[in-house]
Design a protein around this ligand. Sequence first.
Ligand SMILES: NC(=O)c1ccc[n+]([C@@H]2O[C@H](COP(=O)([O-])OP(=O)(O)OC[C@H]3O[C@@H](n4cnc5c(N)ncnc54)[C@H](O)[C@@H]3O)[C@@H](O)[C@H]2O)c1
Length: 464
Amino acid sequence: MRVSVIGTGYVGLVTATCFAFLGHDVACLDINEKRIEDLKQGKVPIYEPHLEELLIACKAKNKYPIFSTDAKEVISHGEFIFIAVGTPPQANGEPNLEYLKSAAETIGQYMQDGAIVINKSTVPVGSGNWVAMLVENGIALRASDASKHTSTLTKLNFSVASNPEFLREGSAIADTLYPDRIVVGSDNQEVANKLKGLYRVLSEQEFVAPDFCPRLENFGKVEVISTDITSAEMIKYSANAFLACKISFANQMANICDLVGADVLEVMKGIGSDERIGHRFLNAGIGWGGSCFGKDVDALIKIAEEYNYNPEMLKATKKINYAQRDLVIKRLQEHLKIIKGKKIGLLGIAFKPNTDDLRDAPALDIAAALIKLGARVVATDPIAIENCKVQNPGFELSYVNNASELAEGLDALILVTEWQEYLDLDMKDILSRMNGNLFIDGRNQYSPSKMRELGFTYIGMGRA
Ligand SMILES: NC(=O)c1ccc[n+]([C@@H]2O[C@H](COP(=O)([O-])OP(=O)(O)OC[C@H]3O[C@@H](n4cnc5c(N)ncnc54)[C@H](O)[C@@H]3O)[C@@H](O)[C@H]2O)c1
């Protein structure tokens, strides 16, 4: 089937490449010319494990997507047109919908008759209707343009559907090829069936798994949840709100553990064994970051408030999360007393391992707070340093290439991002390079007793 994807960021590019790998004919549009040039040449502009290999696999199958900045070329190609543009947060908590607006109007200008426009971007509840209106605006533009040249105008049919995305950066290929579920939101059964048809190879798992991203044993067919557009939009927000809430719950428990002398790892293990609770997303630490949780919780708060409802749990979820970043500073002050002039190292900058994404990364807030207090802050990261330099010009953060270099002369070291290579460090060597011995384990990855045996002053999050 012919698929167009608008936006080649983390979601659009992964979605497009997976559809192409599954055998569809895919065309991708972006307004970022450099990105499209890179992709035409097989260069992947973001760091996402296995994405490059998947594109190579598409090429080998003669299914390499078309990458273009030409809206007409890409949009007129698709029976299915996915919108995967960014919906970044604004200062007031509402998502910025200007990219979505522009994409929807452009679709109206160039789409073929009968196209299905599918929202994959995370959008406020009710956006299905809004996107339909914008596509209509685009059609009107086309019509007014055409009327200057010809006298015959044809009425175009189209439908709008919602297909929220649940992939996680760092494991986006596996999440897309082997998802927990696919949500199809449409108020029209025929459209829902067509969309389910597009996903059939995936939902039935009727494809040969790539060697570099194998199917897990016992992984069966994928549940397709077919629902109305509003519920589909709400599923996306609820899912992220719940996950964010779960982590904030673990962090609140961690802070109580610190007070009463319990170990939050033991406590979460104990509650996670209850099937009703589950072990995942109960990792206490310096909290979540990234492009989605903060933005989506904010957006859901705004939506509720539009209806004069006060979503107290969502507000608390956010407050607890960001307080964890301040807690790191508080612990440093408790132990170092004076922060001014101290050299503090950050292990990791990306908001989580296996990505170069720095959106809402705790490292940036922690570094900024320490710099403000007069500390000299140095950071390392296996992938994200270049992004950090480009995105934060003038930021007084220094960068080094690895953990050994980072450790030189440090008064305190903080584990911010739990990249695997930071969990396999020779900590004796690290300590020997440091000036002080304070280690803040922002991700609760190290054994307190082993670290103390080595001579560190070890501070975990809720590991009293
Ligand atoms: N990143 C994630 O982990 C994730 C997961 C699930 C859902 N989402 C949602 O998916 C959407 C996309 O997120 P992302 O992380 O891929 O964003 P991104 O910022 O990485 O990519 C967006 C891309 O869209 C392009 N773009 C913007 N306007 C355009 C236009 N009018 N025409 C063509 N291209 C345009 C940008 O140049 C950019 O390359 C967001 O709504 C996000 O909330 C993201």
